[in-house]
Design a protein around this ligand. Structure first.
Ligand code: DC
Length: 228
């Protein structure tokens, strides 16, 4: 039995490390809420894409922030859905071209600031496992457990290519790998809250681990910190 106190688990790492699939599975096992923060950046990226704005044009992106009403709700299946100005955009934000938009808008400090309180509020309401790039370093620096999840770029690209194929949007491996390397670079070299391992985070490299082994490893780390 987990203790009654509310606790938070921060999971950070590069694209395709398995953060969302693993965090979702761990959340179900522990009966806590899974928060996918990348989906929030993707929602802004999607809006910018629809408005035909250059996602690197910071003043133009900042100017549209007041037009955004972003809501995160949980469906009957327990899965997180994103609503943009009342419309469910959960499917659209997963389109491959939206990834780069999300990565570009996430480099704008005003965009990060705009989303900060929303993310913190979610962790105040209930026990969460929240995944992203800066959860352990910026969003929840007091998180009870911090995990930095990573894997070799080639392995991440293989997993992402398989996922895209299953979703009906097959993409050549080379293209997926290039996209991952480009996003790794963008996400870890930006000035605003770059991707980096928090000093007190536990490093988990899933390159050589199966999904079940990775899940067990995360559960072991979490239970070791918040009491089993
Ligand atoms: O996790 P994801 O690939 O869905 O995230 C999309 C983009 O959003 C990613 O390239 C970086 C950005 N992001 C971020 O900067 N901070 C977060 N906490 C989550 C995502």
């Amino acid at each position: 039995m987990m203790s009654k106190k509310i606790f938070s688990v921060a999971v950070d790492g590069p694209s395709g490390a398995g953060k969302s699939t693993l965090s979702k599975a761990v959340a179900a096992e522990l009966g806590i809420v899974y928060v996918d923060t990348g989906a929030i950046y993707r929602t802004i990226g999607y809006y910018v894409f629809c408005k035909e704005i250059d996602p690197k044009d910071a003043p133009a992106v900042i100017a549209i922030l007041p037009e955004l009403d972003i809501q995160m709700r949980y469906g009957d299946d327990g899965l997180q859905r994103m609503y943009l100005n009342g419309e469910d955009v959960s499917t659209q934000i997963r389109l491959p071209q939206i990834s780069m938009y999300a990565s570009a808008v996430s480099a704008i400090p005003e965009v990060r600031e705009f989303l900060l309180e929303m993310q913190r509020e979610l962790a105040r309401r209930s026990s969460v496992i929240m995944d992203g790039r800066d959860i352990g370093t910026v969003v929840l620096p007091e998180a009870d457990v911090k995990i930095f999840l990573t894997a070799a770029a080639e392995i991440r690209a293989q997993r992402r290519a398989k996922e895209l194929e299953e979703r009906g949007t097959p993409t050549p491996f080379e293209e997926v790998l290039r996209d991952i390397q480009q996003r790794d670079w963008n996400d870890s070299h930006r000035a605003a809250a770059p991707l980096r391992q928090a000093e007190d985070a536990v490093l988990v490299d899933t390159s050589e681990l199966t999904f079940d082994e990775s899940k067990l490893k995360l559960l072991e780390v979490i239970k070791g910190r918040v009491g089993a």
